[in-house]
Design a binder for this molecule. Sequence first.
Ligand SMILES: Nc1ncnc2c1ncn2[C@@H]1O[C@H](COP(=O)(O)OP(=O)(O)OP(=O)(O)O)[C@@H](O)[C@H]1O
Ligand SMILES: O=C(O)c1ccc[n+]([C@@H]2O[C@H](COP(=O)([O-])O)[C@@H](O)[C@H]2O)c1
Length: 213
Amino acid sequence: MTNSKCVEKIPTAKAEPQFEQSENKGKQIGIMGGTFNPVHIAHLVAAEQALTKLHLDEVWFIPDNIPPHKNAPLTSAKDRATMLDLATRDNPHFRVKLLELFRGGVSYTIDTLRYLKEKAPQNNYYLIMGSDQVNSFHTWKEAPELAKMATLVGIRRPGYPQDPQYPMIWVDAPDIRLSSTAIRRSVATGTSIRYLVPEPVRLYIEEKGLYLD
Ligand SMILES: Nc1ncnc2c1ncn2[C@@H]1O[C@H](COP(=O)(O)OP(=O)(O)OP(=O)(O)O)[C@@H](O)[C@H]1O
Ligand SMILES: O=C(O)c1ccc[n+]([C@@H]2O[C@H](COP(=O)([O-])O)[C@@H](O)[C@H]2O)c1
């Protein structure tokens, strides 16, 4: 398994992530894909609520390489992955999987699910999405096929009504009106982001001078 502990080596490497023997048992796995630029507390709260309320074994955070529906210039894969590692390392049920960074190119979720189904077909996969993603899910590449390969899980997101076009499990989570865009803006304008991201992530952003312009 490629996990967060070897994150420093990863974004430039081209090796294929390995999967642990223990994963052969078959688990309930939540998948949370995103740009995570940077990861913030709403991501973590949503993942934890899905993990506990759906009795999942793990939630895998999968940072995308090139997001299919976003044009914003990205912070490096290494910085985004390192911040995810810092944010999730104290939760034994959270894993960071870098398979979309290894794969390169545009990160279509169908390709990720096909890869996971091939490498670890014994697992059941739950695609965790905020309601913004739920509303646009029907526009995703091969959405009907994707909906057959994973259980879709929606998390309400303030400002985005729930408007699913596919069968979906809703998980109640506290409404947190926060986005990575807001975090980046706050840093650029000198407004505090303390408590909006985990403290190690805040310190990393400060140390690396991310999002200053
Ligand atoms: N405040 C939130 N509440 C619930 N879900 C969220 C929230 N913010 C993001 N998500 C969900 O987390 C996943 C990853 O989101 P992403 O990395 O794009 O973060 P973002 O905050 O929306 O970023 P950006 O502002 O850069 O677009 C998506 O499924 C998104 O819907
Ligand atoms: O596969 C698609 O067509 C597709 C279209 C839009 C978004 N996604 C995935 O949804 C996740 C969140 O996307 P984003 O744009 O908020 O970073 C991320 O894992 C993307 O790869 C996937």
